[in-house]
Write a new protein. Structure first.
Length: 336
């Protein structure tokens, strides 16, 4: 392994913690990414106390090209949004695509990258997955690269084992920074917390359903789809998880998430944003996904209203969220 180069020592950097959202990607009528709507939604999320895990599962990242993702990341940063609060998804099936996205994210100063394993081939041995991550690290060759592994076997069908995490940490202790565990199996998340969090390996739950349990177990927070629509309340629990009403807060979050889980998640998130922002273009998804039909949209809005839900003021494209200073490099979301 060749020595990694970098502008500063990785250990001197603040870790991103708390709540992040895999930001949904808006598309225009021609199915092109819409950078203006994207930036407006990201500003609103930051204002609610939530970091930006752009190009995640709920971002439809694997329906976009490398060039499109690079252009969107550049649009956000060039608009003044702070890369210190960004964790772009950079894991692709093609090694060279993962390297290109990861290198660009590091060059633009992002706090870390969230990296899927290569997921097209199933039944791959840990040796192959280790080689894949190692090749990305070696080819990027930057000491300020921080990789957060992305374990989502219900979708990828390629799990990241505890043994693989241990091996990666032994080989690249300054680069392998943590994991998003979207296994949906609390015992798996708990095992990661017990074995690796004490070593400085930050564990993020893949849903706010496990946020309180993760924080009580010493974890870093969560990276959650419904952070797109319920960010302020989720971030509130991350800040106040030691308070006496923390369990009640968790129950309230679970009630909102259960509404969205009655529908295909990505189209439902976009339908909610379109409704509460009064911006119908937001409903658009890229094939192979399909939008909610009118009956589904009506049912979603009715269920959210019955739950007493509000998005607390999402902004439309062209509007600025008032308390986010574009020129300020904000600190990562940090827990008390």
């Amino acid at each position: 392994m060749r020595p990694l180069r970098g502008r500063f020592n990785l250990g001197s950097l603040a870790r991103i913690r708390g709540v992040l959202s895999p930001v949904v990607t808006p598309f225009d009528a021609e199915l092109r990414p819409d950078p203006e709507r994207f930036a407006s939604h990201c500003r609103w999320l930051l204002d609610q106390g939530v970091g930006l895990a752009v190009f995640g599962t709920n971002s439809e990242a694997n329906s976009m090209s490398v060039a499109e993702k690079i252009a969107l990341l550049d649009a956000l940063i060039d608009a003044g949004l702070p890369p210190a609060r960004m964790m772009p998804g950079t894991g692709c099936c093609a090694l060279t695509d993962s390297v290109a996205l990861t290198r660009h994210s590091v060059d633009r100063g992002c706090a870390g990258v969230l990296m899927l394993p290569p997921f097209y081939y199933k039944g791959v041995a840990d040796d192959g997955l280790f080689r894949s991550y190692a090749e990305v690290i070696e080819r990027v060759g930057e000491s300020d690269l921080r990789i957060y592994l992305y374990n989502i076997p219900p979708v990828s069908q390629v799990p990241i084992s505890l043994a693989l995490i241990e091996r990666l940490l032994q080989a690249y202790p300054a680069t392998i920074a943590g994991i998003k565990d979207s296994s949906g199996d609390w015992s798996n998340t708990q095992a990661m917390l017990e074995r690796f969090q004490p070593l400085g390996f930050d564990v993020f739950a893949g849903s706010e359903t496990f946020l309180l349990a993760t924080l009580r177990g010493g974890g870093a927070g969560c990276i959650t789809a419904t952070g797109n629509v319920n960010p302020k309340r989720i971030a509130e629990l991350a800040r106040r998880w030691r308070d006496p009403d923390a369990d009640a807060q968790q129950t309230a979050l679970d009630a909102v998430r259960s509404v969205f889980q009655q529908f295909p998640m990505i189209p439902a998130l976009k339908a909610a944003i379109a409704h509460y922002a009064a911006d119908p273009q937001w409903v658009t998804v890229r094939p192979p996904l399909v939008e909610l039909d009118q009956a589904q949209k009506n049912a979603l809005v009715h269920a959210l209203q019955a739950a007493g839900f509000s998005m607390l003021g999402p902004v439309r494209a062209g509007q600025d969220s008032p308390s986010v200073d574009r020129g300020r490099q904000e600190r990562p979301v940090v827990l008390d």
